[in-house]
Design a protein around this ligand. Structure first.
Ligand code: LLP
Length: 420
């Protein structure tokens, strides 16, 4: 076996040498492959479908341009994400704007930019948006976000579990009041509905149950009001590979049964089927990314736990601390040595919980050795912060064995720049 880790054709220690550590490395080839897979298994397979990238998972100007090249739409959740998307030249008509607490300013920005769809979360937002749209003399395309009441973490259907979600309208709320109210509003055009059942899902039962609930709602609205939606957005949430989940799920695992349900529903009703939209984030970028660290300390504590401390941590990857995420790791400059040492990889932040990975087998690590953590392409860069005044890592993109800097490393000066 080679001594150095090769990631999508690039020598990882060479990247660390060239750009420094900690370093996010993202494979454009992998991202393009995922987009191609989405075409084959969803957008080309089923007519009248759209895939949007949920850019909260990883948003840089280069990534937005990549998504544009790949022909996907974009799901955003803030004025900041909208600003960057527009800066990167993304067509606002293909943007869907999410969020449970959009500010008046964000709604104005979205209306003024011509965002194609605003996914409305609650009634106060609906009233505000309607008023702002009328002030501008426009009729804004919207979806209503529905919380279908599916508990995606345990994969159990809990009939009233949705009462406690901060997202969306409940089904009874829509049936009782909201649908009729929204139809009276002249500043919004109800294109259809949205639902999203959760993230890092490894089984399709939540999607299936939620789709059933949505189709029941649509049947109800058809009978009572003759309403047929033009769009139905099924959200994202498709799971990827981490240490505790061996293989990325296929999009078809989720969407084939969902499309069967939707298609047969419309075949029976005789109405035109709405455009079906998905919005994966993690699935597109998660496995495309690794984080490369340098070991900056080694020790064995009184309890016998052996640690390798690295030059990053929860500031660049809060997911272990937040979600108990499990990562696969590699000794990027010692791949040829026996992986015989049980090691816990500690981040450098002043928090006991700042651990990147507990109890992983690695070669004996020494100061200066390189560690690569896999599947960090989603929700790592985008959730990174400056806790303990750690500068955020650089992002390097690799394609066909070539590498280029996409986001430069943050400096100490950057971190104090806004202080007056
Ligand atoms: N659509 C909506 C409405 C969402 O809320 C989300 C994610 C997505 C799409 C994309 O989900 P994905 O395909 O990436 O699973 N920070 C957490 C994940 C939070 C996901 C929030 N919503 C993590 O690091 O695991």
């Amino acid at each position: 076996m080679e001594k150095n880790l090769i990631f999508h054709g690039s020598d990882v220690p060479a990247l660390a040498e060239k750009y420094g550590t900690p370093l996010y490395v993202m494979s454009i080839d992998d991202i393009r492959q995922r987009c191609a897979e989405i075409r084959v298994s969803f957008t080309d397979k089923y007519e009248n479908t759209v895939a949007a990238f949920a850019c909260k998972a990883f948003q840089t100007l280069e990534m937005i341009r990549l998504i544009k090249e790949e022909g996907l739409s974009l799901d955003i959740v803030s004025g900041g994400e909208l600003y960057a998307a527009l800066k990167a030249g993304f067509d606002p008509a293909h943007i869907g704007f999410h969020g449970n607490a959009k500010t008046p300013r964000e709604l104005r920005e979205a209306l003024d930019a011509g965002v194609g769809t605003i996914i409305v979360d609650n009634f106060s937002e609906l009233e505000l948006l309607n008023r702002l749209a009328l002030e501008r003399g426009i009729c804004q395309g919207i979806l209503l976000r529905v919380t279908p009441g599916v508990d995606s973490h345990t994969h159990l259907y809990i009939a009233t579990g949705n009462l406690d979600s901060k997202f969306g309208f409940s089904v009874p709320e829509i049936k009782k009041t909201v649908f009729e109210q929204v139809r009276e509003m002249k500043g919004v055009d109800l294109k259809g509905f949205h639902y999203h059942v959760g993230s890092q899902l490894t089984e399709n039962n939540s999607h299936i149950m939620a789709t059933g609930i949505m189709l029941d709602l649509l049947a109800n609205l058809k009978v009572r009001f003759g309403y047929v939606p033009r769009e139905l957005n099924c959200g994202g949430g498709f799971g990827i590979r981490y240490a505790d989940y061996p293989e990325r799920s296929a999009v078809s695992t989720f969407m084939d049964p969902v499309m069967d349900m939707i298609n047969s529903f419309y075949r029976e009703s005789g109405d035109p089927r709405p455009t079906v939209i998905i919005e994966p984030g993690r699935w597109i970028v998660g496995e495309a990314g690794i984080t490369v660290y340098e070991v900056s300390s080694v020790k064995t504590n009184a309890a016998g736990r052996h640690y390798a401390g690295v030059n990053g941590g929860l500031s660049d990857n809060p997911r272990t601390a937040l979600y108990d995420a499990k990562y696969e790791v590699a000794a990027a400059d010692k791949m040829d040595q026996p992986w015989d040492t049980l090691t816990t990889i500690a981040g450098k932040c002043c928090e006991s919980g700042d651990i990147i990975a507990y109890d992983v087998m690695l070669p004996k690590m020494e100061i200066g050795d390189l560690l690569a953590v896999y599947s960090t392409g989603a929700y790592n860069y985008s959730m990174a912060g400056n806790y303990n005044r750690l500068p955020r890592p650089a992002v390097v993109m690799i394609e066909n064995g070539e590498d280029h800097l996409s986001v430069r490393r943050e400096t100490y000066e950057d971190m104090i720049e806004r202080e007056l």
